[in-house]
Design a protein around this ligand. Structure first.
Ligand SMILES: NC(=O)c1ccc[n+]([C@@H]2O[C@H](COP(=O)([O-])OP(=O)(O)OC[C@H]3O[C@@H](n4cnc5c(N)ncnc54)[C@H](O)[C@@H]3O)[C@@H](O)[C@H]2O)c1
Length: 356
């Protein structure tokens, strides 16, 4: 079978998680890598024994025959790097969030359509065991009609600093960085309804006091310093998103807040509800005239379980090589980007924002 020749765009933390997954896929050849940070480029290229390493995507695309690229750079470069590869006739996997704003996201989608190439979004939680099992329960009717959801990603003291807290490179704070995960997942599980309006507030009150307490974490970018790095992003946010079918989602996202950290997705339907917790699923339903809560066991031992990043990368490769229908398409990235834009706009304006 022909191997998919992938070029990595970006060699930082998430690129390494992607590479770990590609390395165990026999249908992949990592043909090249690029990053404009020379030290990061060298360290990752050496670690994964990638011989062709470049300081820019342009140079990589001009010098190496590729089938696809995987875009793992700062948010401010997602659009430019994805469009450059699509215009070269390559398939693209782009990390979340899709771009800095919906306008850029729409330009990316246009480039994919124009070149008839795949643009897949790295909405990795769609590929988790919990999501797969929940989708199955929903499709079999256990939840009935889902009319409300909660999307929660709360870090008590988890601003990564570096480019993440610099709005000109990230586009925003916890809303666009981590809130995007449960926001996308709840929408995906609700059947991808169209967003129609958003009411939101963001706060920036705890960054300075928290920065002094922060210790270095593995997911912080190279060279990040919480005490001295620029921080002009929100540290917490709340939003209500309304969809065209009348369903609503309550989003809560924070880098810094006086609350216990949690990552939860809760779906409420006419027949049942489900809580997707970290590695745990609780089903709320009525059984034989009694209200009942059941925890689904053995999620990690599901036959097809391979970890969400591995499942995501394998799916991308399968879509490229076999034209399998993509389960995380660019169209969804655009809709989520419109919600993210509306959250920031509503917070700024102080009133509800209508999404067209
Ligand atoms: N799916 C997830 O759970 C998840 C987790 C972390 C990060 N991410 C996303 O992955 C992306 C990268 O995050 P990270 O944590 O790896 O950051 P990082 O800083 O560790 O790595 C990004 C790398 O991109 C390089 N870079 C930036 N712009 C470039 C450009 N135009 N050309 C060449 N190189 C460029 C930087 O030098 C850096 O080495 C972000 O979009 C982030 O939102 C996703």
């Amino acid at each position: 079978m022909k191997k998919l020749r992938i070029g990595m765009v970006g060699a930082g933390n998430i690129a390494k998680a992607h590479l770990d997954s590609y390395m165990s896929n026999p249908n992949v050849e990592i043909a090249a890598i690029c990053d404009f940070n020379e030290a990061t480029l060298k360290a990752t290229a050496d670690k994964y024994k990638i011989e062709k390493a470049f300081l820019s995507e342009k140079e990589m695309l001009e010098n190496v025959e590729l089938d696809a690229v995987d875009v793992c750079v700062w948010n401010c470069s997602h659009a430019e790097c994805s469009i450059m590869a699509l215009n070269k006739g390559l398939d693209v996997l782009c990390e979340k969030p899709m771009a800095m704003n919906a306008k850029e996201a729409e330009e990316m989608l246009e480039a994919a359509k124009k070149n008839k190439k795949l643009l897949m979004l790295g909405f990795v939680t769609r590929f988790s065991n919990e999501a797969k099992v929940t989708k199955d329960f929903i499709e079999k009717g256990y939840l009935g009609d889902i009319y409300m959801a909660k999307a929660t990603y709360v870090r008590r003291n988890g601003n990564p600093s570096g480019w993440f807290s610099d709005k000109s490179r990230s586009g925003g704070g916890p809303v666009i960085d981590i809130g995007v995960h449960p926001l996308d997942l709840t929408r995906y599980l609700m059947g991808n309804p169209k967003p129609v309006s958003v009411y939101a507030a963001t706060y920036d009150l705890l960054h300075e006091s928290r920065a002094k307490l922060r210790t270095k974490a593995a997911w912080m970018p190279a060279g990040a310093n919480p005490e001295t790095d620029v921080c002009d992003v929100e540290d917490s946010a709340v939003a209500i998103i309304r969809y065209d079918n009348g369903a609503t989602v309550l989003l809560e996202a924070s880098y810094a807040i006086n609350a216990a950290p949690k990552c939860e997705r809760n779906l409420y339907g006419t027949k049942g509800g489900i809580d997707l917790l970290d590695g745990k699923l609780i089903l709320h339903s009525d059984v034989n005239g009694f209200m009942s809560d059941s925890q689904l066991l053995d999620l990690d031992h599901m036959k097809e379980s391979k970890g969400m990043f591995k499942a995501e990368m394998d799916h991308f490769v399968d879509c490229c090589l076999n034209k399998t229908k993509c389960m995380s398409p660019a169209e969804d990235g655009v809709e989520v980007m419109k919600i993210l834009d509306a959250i920031y706009e509503s917070a700024r304006a102080g009133h509800e924002v209508i999404i067209k």
